[in-house]
Design a protein around this ligand. Structure first.
Ligand code: URA
Length: 428
């Protein structure tokens, strides 16, 4: 038997001491970890050393390539239309993928969107779609290709074959305090998106209390690293930095976010959700070479709604069926009249999670009907005695903890707050 090229302790010591890892060390450690030759405790130590000491750009590029090489790569080049995808770093009330995928498909660009389930206070796209009666997340690669050709948009679960190194490493980072390392976040997201085989990609990098990245400097750094990784891999990649200090729209949950997305597809819905959907659609269309089409027209003329219905039906869902409704509700009343001056994304996200819309461990179930509806956004006038929030759950014992997380998460004052832009910056 040949002796291994490296050993785990040597690689850990190098990063612990602030050295750059060689290409060969990176290729070896990612591969050996995926095969189980490097133990979890060794990879945890390495992840912590990376978090503390960082990585140079070329190390991140190599690490990403090694994660891609750990699994299969999809190829959509035989499709009759160009492809574009979007990735959001995760936010509260972030249902944008739901109206966005059919909207972009209605503009002539195919959208292969491999999504995940929610963990913690941010919701997962698959959890939301699974509240539609009959809808199924698991598709074979052949089913995905056929749906992309016939409907133009697919939102489905990423198979186990895509970047398996990331699957293992992400679960480990989650329990070892090593999620927030920019090299590890960037390589995790981009390895999956590059392996997925999309031609163009727009990244929605969230900034604010409800996001991973609380400040704009770190969000910009993450966006720049990811855009460089995508571009170097031949994927036309841009990023928008968008505000996540306030939750998006008026709902956070599963079925209630689907209902809000359908309102957007019907030409209505909250202004911020429409604005971000259209802004991201424009980026995706530009990346795919179709900036001659205006996505706002496709929302207005109903063609995005037609694609949505076809997309849901193709995955055995009934787009016209009634959505599940929570068994219990609790209304929080505005104590005084004035203007809502603050609504904190993290407080709302935690409340929705505690009501049962999200999960604490990845094997937990979620409640389809649970969540939070807020009846005003910052800047809106509120009247004493009128509803401010409606909390929804199947289990009333959850109300107390959800109410506790909303405590201090909102304010009513005499004057409107200074409006902050939803799209903060663009990278790429
Ligand atoms: N999403 C991912 O897929 N990976 C990360 O590391 C963080 C967010």
């Amino acid at each position: 038997m040949n002796r291994p090229l490296h050993d785990a302790v040597e690689v850990i010591l190098a990063k612990r001491d602030g050295l750059e890892l060689s290409d060969s060390q990176i290729d070896w450690v990612v591969d050996a970890y995926t095969r189980g030759e490097v133990a979890d405790e060794q990879m945890s130590a390495l992840a912590m050393a990376i978090l503390l000491n960082g990585m140079e750009r070329h190390e991140i590029t190599r690490w990403t390539a090694a994660m891609i090489a750990s699994g299969e790569r999809m190829d959509f080049s035989s499709l009759s239309r160009p492809t574009a995808d979007k990735h959001s770093t995760g936010g509260v009330g972030d249902k944008i993928t739901l109206p966005l995928a059919p909207l972009v498909a209605a503009c002539g660009v195919a959208v292969p969107q491999l999504s995940g389930r929610g963990l913690g206070h941010t919701g997962g796209t698959l959890d939301k779609l699974e509240s539609i009666p009959g809808w199924r997340a698991a598709l074979t690669n052949d089913e995905m290709m056929a749906q992309l050709e016939s409907v133009g948009a697919v939102i489905c679960a990423a198979g186990d074959g895509l970047a398996p190194a990331d699957k293992k490493l992400y679960a480990l980072r989650d329990v070892t305090g090593t999620v927030e390392a920019i090299p590890l976040i960037a390589s995790s997201i981009m390895s999956k998106k590059i392996a997925e085989g999309t031609g163009a990609l727009v990244l929605d990098v969230k900034v604010g209390s409800g996001a991973f990245m609380k400040d704009v400097t770190r969000a910009r750094e993450l966006a720049e690293v990811m855009v460089a990784l995508g571009t170097d891999a031949g994927v036309r990649t841009t990023a928008l930095l968008t505000d996540m200090s306030v939750p998006l729209g008026l709902t956070a949950g599963n079925a209630i976010e689907v209902a809000e997305s359908v309102e957007v597809l019907a030409g209505g819905g909250p202004a911020d959700v429409v604005e971000l959907t259209v802004a991201l659609a424009r980026e995706m269309l530009a990346g795919a070479g179709r900036d001659d089409v205006d996505p706002a027209d496709k929302l207005a003329d109903g063609s995005a709604m037609d694609v949505w219905k076809a997309m849901v039906r193709a995955q055995d869902g009934d787009p016209d069926a009634a959505l599940p409704v929570a068994r219990e509700s609790h209304v929080v009343i505005a104590p005084i009249s004035g203007v809502l001056t603050r609504l904190d994304a993290m407080a709302v996200g935690l409340a929705a999670w505690r009501l049962g819309a999200g999960r604490a461990r990845k094997e937990d179930p979620v409640q389809a009907g649970a969540g939070v509806v807020w009846h005003a956004r910052p800047g809106d006038a509120v009247t004493a005695g009128s509803p401010l929030f409606t909390l929804l759950t199947d289990e009333p014992a959850r109300f107390d903890r959800a109410l506790a997380s909303l405590d201090g998460g909102w304010e009513i004052g005499p004057d409107a707050p200074v409006a902050s832009p939803l799209v903060i910056d663009r990278v790429g």
